[in-house]
Design a protein around this ligand. Structure first.
Ligand code: NAD
Length: 260
């Protein structure tokens, strides 16, 4: 078990990639704070799987916490509550993310703000609160951001999403340098096309799905567990010499992408 005695907060872990990450980190021995915005039942499902991931020799604990990661006060409260519950927080996984599909010329300020607040601003201030805690306790830490292949690849009609993930790329590069002297590592995991609810429309469109699959050298969509394995590595001491990098979990899509 790579993460025995560690405590991790995973944002947006009531479904999809976040849920898989929470369960995988628990299988590695970590106790987990499970964040949800509006689906407590999904978070409860994650919690029961997290608890089941422990064994007779090692009890894995956890709790669910409501919070909108697009709101600075909420992310600060979530970090504070995680620390007061467990006494510390070792790992922060900034997973929650949203996308909005529109022609660039039709994007509203409200939609732009919604995407930027969740995908960039909330991550900025959650990370800040986490880092303040690690500095106060003079402990190392691991930050893993779930970015996207679209921190590199254009995605027409998703301008705000691409801007947010591109911003997250540079935030990670910058913080890697600033936080390294304090023993805090930060990396991005960039999924390609993963089978989760965010892709429901695509999954129900055989023509688009077929065209996408032709672009994926490994010939299949990714599963949430594919992303979670990379996060487990980055959360563990096996990645102690790794910081400021993006790990693509995309079946080779990035190097083979042709706009449909
Ligand atoms: P999803 O829609 O299934 O899950 C997103 C999760 O984030 C949900 O649990 C949702 O409730 C939560 N969330 C959204 N806004 C929130 C908020 N304001 N506060 C708290 N929680 C909030 O999508 P997913 O595919 O599991 O996406 C997870 C991450 O992976 C996102 O950052 C997404 O951009 C990224 N990603 C996904 C794919 C993919 O193909 N699925 C590809 C690239 C990147």
């Amino acid at each position: 078990m790579k993460l025995k005695e560690k405590i991790a907060l995973v944002t947006g872990s009531s479904q999809g990639i976040g849920q898989a990450i929470a369960i995988r980190l628990a299988q590695e021995g970590a106790s987990i704070v499970i964040n949800y915005r509006s689906h407590p039942e999904g978070a409860e499902e994650t919690l029961s799987k997290v608890k089941a991931a422990g064994g007779q020799c090692h009890i894995v604990d956890g709790f669910t916490i409501q919070g909108d990661t697009g709101k600075v006060a909420d992310v600060q409260r979530m970090i504070a509550d995680s620390i007061s519950h467990f006494g510390k927080l070792d790992i922060l996984v900034n997973n929650a993310g949203i996308e909005k599909n529109a022609n660039f010329w039709d994007v509203t300020e409200a939609d732009y703000d919604a995407v930027m607040n969740v995908n960039l601003k909330g991550i900025f201030f959650a990370t800040q609160a986490f880092v303040q805690h690690r500095l106060e306790t003079k402990q190392p830490g691991k930050i893993i951001n779930i970015s996207s292949v679209h921190e590199e690849l254009p995605f027409p009609h998703f301008a705000a999403y691409c801007a947010s993930k591109g911003g997250l790329k540079m935030l990670t590069r910058n913080l890697a340098v600033e936080l390294a002297p304090h023993g805090i590592n930060i990396n991005n995991v960039a999924p390609g096309a993963i089978e989760t609810p965010i892709n429901t429309k695509l999954l129900n469109d055989p023509q688009k799905l077929g065209a996408l699959l032709k672009n994926i050298p490994l010939g299949r969509l990714g599963q949430p567990g594919d992303v979670a394995s990379m996060v487990a590595f980055l959360a563990s001491s096996e990645s102690d010499y790794v910081t400021g990098t993006t790990f693509f979990v995309d079946g080779g899509l990035l190097w083979n992408y042709q706009e449909q």
